[in-house]
Write a protein that binds this ligand. Sequence first.
Ligand SMILES: [Zn+2]
Length: 399
Amino acid sequence: MFPLLALPLLLLFQTAGLEERFTRLMRDLLIFDAHIDTPRYTVDEGYRWADEHSYYETDIPRLKRGRVGAVMFGIYVEPQDYPQSLWLPRALACIDAFHQEAGRNPSDVEVAYTADDVVRIHKGGKTAVMLSLEGGHLILDSLPLLRIYYQLGVRYMTLAHFRTNNWADSATDAAVHNGLSAFGREVVREMNRLGMIVDVSHVSDKTVLDALEVSGSPVIASHSSAKALCDIPRNMSDDILRAIGRKGGVVAINFHAGYLDKGAYEVYIANRESRVREVKEALALHAPNPRRWEIARAVLQRYYQAMPPVGVKRLLEHIHHVAQVAGVDHVGLGSDFDGISGMVPRGMEDVSKYPVLVRGLLELGYSDADVRKIMGENLLRVMRANEAGSQPARRLLPD
Ligand SMILES: [Zn+2]
């Protein structure tokens, strides 16, 4: 009779301890998301951070509920959607929208430029917001433009997006440069000099290896998951995970349900053409009706429902895998919220849900210190290392 009584008591005791640790962690834990794509919605739809929305994945009320301390917002202009003449104007419009929204909400968010800023802003009870650039094509092969982006607040750049550009091969396009071209290597060195983090999400394995070879500072994969668990071109092999870890970098896990689970990916990809076409048609048919975005979202919802459901457990498995393979110092979060067409895991539908991951990691047996690393401190460490590796700003001026 004793064991029958003791077991539930033991479980109860463990659960109670876990709840206590969860509550204590949530008091001051830094939750840092390396990749969220909201600014374009502000440009296209007048999406305001201050309002709570029943759609998309990020706004201030939900960031607060999720206790999110830091977000890197992504700026992207995909070559397949915009002619080259619009890359820079569109990127600048998104950067401006980011700064405008931050300016409208000074008691809730503040723009961070350094790791110290992130710590200070988070301690002050606000969310530190930062900028990143997704796709090296956006510098228009110009180092001066790269430097100007840095001045505007951009703190990391993804070397290539879905397409191979003039100097870096993408994982989802033809390999033209065998990784990075000579100019691509120069870009990486200039990023190091500025203290802008090199991001190797989206790029080919050879581009990752070239970037690791050239970069004097640790790199990140801002929104990539594990290929061993979901074998798709956007995810990273164990060898690449280890290589990034060996150089002190961080792989921030992408939450896209189709990047976490192969079955979901197959449905997502099979439907891609019709989904994209239907969205484009809906937007064109209903222009300039502001309700056209709602109609487009309904299309995406329908395709989301057609995908096999993927849960938080699967997301935790990717985090755990990277922690096992690359090390617990080399894994973080890069949800890709607002950039994944609503293809979110069940139970992790928006930024209000991050505490679910804290609890999940504790249940998996991670120590408080390791939970802190995974949820944000690892990314903060890479920011600091990139700042330490940079040259003082005055050196940016010609002699
Ligand atoms: Zn992306």
